[in-house]
Every structure is written in C-alpha cells, then in structure tokens.
Write a protein that binds this ligand. Structure first.
Ligand code: FEO
Ligand code: CA
Ligand code: CA
Length: 674
C-alpha cells in the first residue's frame, strides 16, 4: 500500500465487446491459487495496524497475533482440532464437546441503564428502541483499549435484519394465517421498526473467559428503521428518483431495513447491507412510473411487512412513489461516535445486498468490496475505489463514494468484471439510463443488460486476506431448470448450494479477469451432486445451504448455513462448520455448533486472538413450516407462534418466547477456537 497515493481515476478500460471476447479467451483454471506471500502478509498486518491504530490508539503492536500470523504465510493453514458435534434437530443447541457456548445478548436485553428488563407482555416501541433488536445477523468486533489483550474489550456491532412478528407478540398467530397483517397494531408495527437496524454494544471478557455487555457504556447505540436519520452520498444522492415529500432533497433517509450481513473497513467503520427491502412496501405496481424497476426487485409481490404501510404512507408505493429507491444500499456507520449519522453509499449499487466484504488491494492500496445479490439468478459484484486507502481515517471519509461497481460474467474457468458505468455498452439513454444515478438505482437491470451470469443466490463473498482467494457462498436455487445450468452453477434444481473460489491473478483484486474453481457442492453425502472429501464425517461433516462465512485469524474458513424451512430434507438444523480448503483435507468440514430448531446461524466473527467466536442465532423456533418429527422422535408442530413456539430457546421459561441471541463460543480451558 502507498498511503496517500491516488491512482488515476478509473474509467471503463475494457470495451464491452472486448470484455465479451475476453471471457472466451481466458486461459484455463490453475489448479493452485498463486500464493501472494509476503506482500500480502504486509498488507494484512498493516490493515490490522491501521484498524488497531484507529481503534485502540496504538501505532503498532508487534505482539498482535495477526502480525505474528502474517509472517507465517506460504505455509498451509493449520488443520482444525475439534471433536465436532453431530447433526440433529433439537429444541436446544449442540456444540463440539471441547467448546463452550455462552448466551451474550438476547432480543429485548436493555442496552442502557434506564431501560427496564424485557417483558414480552409489556413491550413498547420506546422500550424496544433501548433494547437489543430482533433477528441478529452480521456481527463485527472492534477492539477497544484494554489491558494487555486487544481481544478483551470491544464494540460489538450487530445487525437486526428483520422481525418475526408472530413470534414476538401474543395472539397474532402465524404470518401465513388469514388476516395476519390486519391484526398487527400500530404500536406493534412501531416495535418492529425499532427492533430493526443495529445494536452497537460494548462487551468485555473477564479473567474467567466469560463475556458480558456493559449497559453503562457511553458508546452503546441503537440504530433503527424509524428513529435514525441517515445521509445519502455518492452518485444517486439528491437524484429526483430519490426525493419524497418528507425529503425533498433526496439526501436524507429515515432508517435502514433488512440489514443482513455486512463488513468492516480498514479505517474502523462498519458496513450494513440492506437486503430484502421489497418486503416492506405495499401498493399497486402495475402502471407505476417505476414499474420496471420495482418489478425487478419483487416489490408488490410479497409485502410481508405491509402492515407498516397502514400507519406510514412512505411504505405505500402509490402514496410515496420513490421511497423504495431509498433502500437496498450499503450503509456505513462509525461505531465509535454514537451521534454520527450513518451514510447510505450509493456508489456500491442498489440490490438485495447480502453483505459487503472489503479488502485493500496489495498492488495499489485501493479498496475492493465484494458483494452478493441474494436472489435466485442474481449476481456477484465488486466495487473498486478510485483512491487508495489512507492511514488517516478522516481521509477515507468519502472513499466509498468514488469508484467503479462491477458485475461478474463467468465462463468455464474464468470470469470478467464488467463495469456498471453510465455510457458503457448498453448503459445508455436508449435503454433509459440517463446518468450514473440511474445505473445505480437500477443496478440489477443494468447488470442484466451487460450479460452478467445469473447465480444460485449469492450470499457472502469473502476474500481471504492471506491467500487472496475470494469465497462465494451460493446458497441454493431450486428454480434452475434443466438446460439452464452453467459452469459456476452446474446443477438444475440446486437444493443444497455450493461454494466457489475466485482467484484474482497475482492477488490483484482490481484485475479485469479472474479465474475461479469449485470448492464444494453441498448437501448430504448421499446427494448425487455432493462433492465432499472422501474423509468427511457422515454424522457432522457435511452441510447444506451455505450463507455466511468468516476467515479466522489463522486463515481458516468457517461457514454458517441457512436452509430455511427445508431442514426436514437433511434432518439437521443449521450450524457453523470449519471447512478445510487446502491439501488432502480440502472440502472436509467439521460441525462446531448447531442451532435450535427453526433457526439459522449468522454473523460469524472472531476476536483478533482467535479465542472467541461470536455467532448470531437468528429466528429460533420460527422456520418450521409443517409438523416435523426429528430423528430422535421429538415432534415439532408446524406454523409456530408466540403462543405455541417450536422452542423457547434460550430462556426455556413458560411465557417467554424464543429470543434471537448472540452466542460467544470459547474453548474449554482457553485457546484458539477450532
Ligand atoms: Fe439475509 Fe441472504 O440472507
Ligand atoms: Ca444471510
Ligand atoms: Ca439468511
């Protein structure tokens, strides 16, 4: 990295025709990713040092475990050392016998000293705005100054993706029941909005290894859908399609919704990805002035939060026609200033963002952010900043506003990144694109016209800072028809998903073309398409529907799953697995933790010392569609609700519904996870 160096402004350097030709000519896949070696190691440690410098107020720490790791690159990452738990479906969680789970933060836990303890029968929007929100997803850990160990104290930033309404309030029943949305009261809708967004909470680890959150920390913060204003920046800020009656400037938006995964920048901010924003809008799309745009996102199809529109005109597309254009963005938050205004960064495109995973490009210091658009047949994206990352945080304030968004077009063994730049190829007035703002507001339609490759639901897209390999979780796609297969999505009716690796040439994440290769096709060992290593443990080693992932401080891959209500097909709940990626063990997995029935696991995040893994148990007890008898004989009734939940995890107290919670996992007797 060259601090302060600004590379020349990018333009669409590869012509559209050349790009289409290039994809046919890229040489075949290398079987081994080129190791980037020491340069990357220096980048990795520098990134951490920047982060540590910002966060902990220290310039450098030679003893930091990530620095030590960096000097060890080139060697094969160590294999995993864990006994593993087993598949199954139970009301409680399960964990590898050599590890310990601790419930750290539950829905409703007060995050401030003046907020009363959680009582589901006395819940109010006011209380919820001061409590931990619902359906925790992405987690980021930012170290705070501590004694000797940067992993003992930090800020936990947790997304609250959505609300499971029928599980939160008594008497509503299941969301598929007749008249469900009409029964949601105004106060309940306000509670839901206050349970969205994010929680930023100070957490500390005691000498006994147990974690607690600090209610009195001045850094604690709630970000919500109905109380937090955000600034809009980048090319779409202030555009006429962003303007509403409440915001004639098109530059100020109330709230953020459906924040799924996210990312952490090298300058110590946190990225929240707005995913299924379409669910929140009601109204008639036919004949709407944004009909083509809104149909591409499914607006008007499944307004499962459409109750909000009964109380707020902005969620009715016929009353406030531009409001949906103000969601579907990446939001940047400075967690160290609770009064800072979150910023919607429009240069990173508008789609159903699963997450946003940044990496500093070794070659020129620019930031590359990888992103997936989580829908069947949608795309993989990256953003490349124009400027190099500066070691001075303030100088990166607008780094995410200027750069180029690209979409991936794959061939047999390679991919080309096509720039989503106004004027490029078909992105012209003839196709109703009149500015870069139009291209970004309708990112999906622009990518369609460029001929991007429709994928099997791209979830996390995560670069490994040690090797440069970029892991892409493709969760499933049962709508892919016979004849619709392509190289990176090789199966019709893809029930259980797969994981591919993108290989940037010489570790250059800004290159026009990459190679790619398959890591594993998921699902039970007996599934005809599964490609697990022959040594995979049949009781715990395979998984289905990869969703989120993390690279631990030793450079090893961890994958969480989300099968939705399809778990009866695998007879196991979702969980988190350690996945081998190199050598003879490649494509062998080990199950560390299993969720309670009806939940998925999200947000894997390690402390810098690798000794704590934070995970989020999302929608426990909810995703049970039909009556289901588990392998151990337990019957779980379908269509669960507050009054009849499938589990009461984690409290297991009568009258207390299941609560989405963050779990801190440590190793028995201490030491590194896995
Ligand atoms: Fe919110 Fe793609 O999972
Ligand atoms: Ca997800
Ligand atoms: Ca999910």
């Amino acid at each position: 990295m060259r601090p302060g160096h600004t590379p020349p402004k990018q333009d669409a350097t590869i012509s559209f025709d050349d790009a289409l030709e290039a994809i046919e000519e890229i040489p075949s896949n290398r079987s081994d990713a080129t190791p980037i070696g020491e340069i990357l190691a220096r980048r990795y440690s520098r990134r951490m040092l920047i982060k540590m410098g910002l966060v902990a107020g220290v310039a450098a720490t030679q003893t930091h475990p990530l620095v030590a790791m960096a000097s060890n690159t080139g060697a094969e990452p160590p294999a995993f050392d864990l006994q593993g738990t087993t598949h199954g479906v139970t009301a409680d969680t399960a964990i590898s016998p050599d590890h310990i789970p601790q419930i750290l933060l539950r829905w409703g836990d007060p995050l401030f000293t003046d907020v009363p303890e959680f009582d589901p029968l006395k819940q109010t929007a006011e209380r919820q705005a001061g409590q931990f929100g619902y359906n925790n997803d992405f987690i980021a850990f930012f170290p705070l100054p501590a004694g000797s160990n940067a992993s003992d104290r930090g800020l936990l930033c947790v997304n609250h993706e959505y609300t499971s309404t029928g599980m939160m309030f008594p008497g509503l029943g299941h969301f598929s029941d007749q008249g469900f949305l009409d029964r949601v009261s105004e106060e309940q809708a306000e509670i839901e909005m206050a349970a969205h967004g994010a929680s930023i909470v100070e957490v500390t680890r005691g000498p006994d290894g147990r974690w607690q959150f600090e209610k009195s920390s001045p850094l604690n913060r709630r970000i919500t859908a109905n109380r937090t204003y955000m600034r809009v920046s980048g090319p779409a800020a202030g555009h006429r399609r962003m303007k509403t009656r409440d915001d004639p400037t098109g530059k100020r938006i109330l709230g953020t919704i459906n924040n799924c995964a996210g990312g952490v920048t090298p300058w110590g901010t946190y990225l929240m990805a707005e995913e299924n924003f379409n669910f929140y809008f009601a109204g008639e799309v036919e004949g709407h002035r944004e009909e083509r745009n809104y149909r591409r996102f499914g607006i008007g199809l499944y307004g499962i939060y459409a109750a909000w529109s009964r109380f707020h005109d902005r969620f009715d597309i016929n009353k406030e026609p531009n409001e949906p254009n103000r969601f579907g963005w990446i939001v940047e938050v400075n967690p160290f200033d609770p009064r800072s205004e979150p910023v919607k960064r429009t240069a990173l495109g508008r789609f159903k963002h699963e997450g946003a995973s940044p990496i500093v490009n070794t070659h020129d210091g620019r930031l590359v952010v990888y992103m997936g658009d989580d829908q069947r047949f949608d795309y993989v994206y990256r953003f490349v900043s124009d400027a190099a990352v500066s070691p001075h945080a303030a100088q990166n304030e607008n780094l995410l506003d200027e750069g180029v968004l690209y979409v991936a077009k794959f061939s047999e063994t390679s991919l080309v990144w096509l720039p989503l730049v106004f004027g490029y190829g078909p992105l012209k007035p003839a196709n109703d694109f009149h500015s870069q703002a139009d291209v970004l507001i309708e990112t999906r339609r622009a990518a369609d016209l460029l001929g991007a490759t429709p994928m099997d639901r791209p979830e996390d897209v995560q670069p490994d800072p040690r090797t440069g390999t970029v892991y892409v979780m493709l969760t499933n796609n049962t709508h892919r028809a016979e004849g619709g297969e392509n190289a990176p999505n090789p199966h019709a009716d893809n029930k259980f998903g797969h994981i591919i690796e993108l290989l940037p040439p010489n570790g250059d994440h800004t290159a026009d073309t990459f190679n790619w290769r398959m890591l594993v096709k998921c699902g039970p060992l007996t599934y005809e398409h599964a490609t697990w290593n022959a040594g995979t443990d049949p009781k715990s080693g395979w998984f289905a529907a990869p969703d989120n992932c993390a690279i631990d401080p030793q450079g090893r891959l961890w994958v969480t799953t989300d099968q939705g209500n399809k778990f009866p097909q695998t007879d196991t709940s979702d969980g988190i697995w350690a996945v081998e990626t190199t050598g003879d063990r490649r494509a062998t997995a080990h199950m560390l933790f299993r969720s309670p029935v009806g939940a998925e696991i999200t947000g894997p995040e390690f402390t810098p010392d690798g000794e704590t893994l934070f995970i989020a148990v999302q929608h426990p007890g909810v995703d049970v569609k039909d009556d289901y008898t588990a392998p151990d004989g337990t019957l779980f009734k379908g269509k669960p609700s507050f009054d009849q939940p499938a589990t009461r995890w984690p409290d297991f107290k009568p009258g207390i519904p299941p609560r989405p919670s963050v779990v801190a996992i440590t190793r028995k007797g201490g030491g590194k996870i896995g």
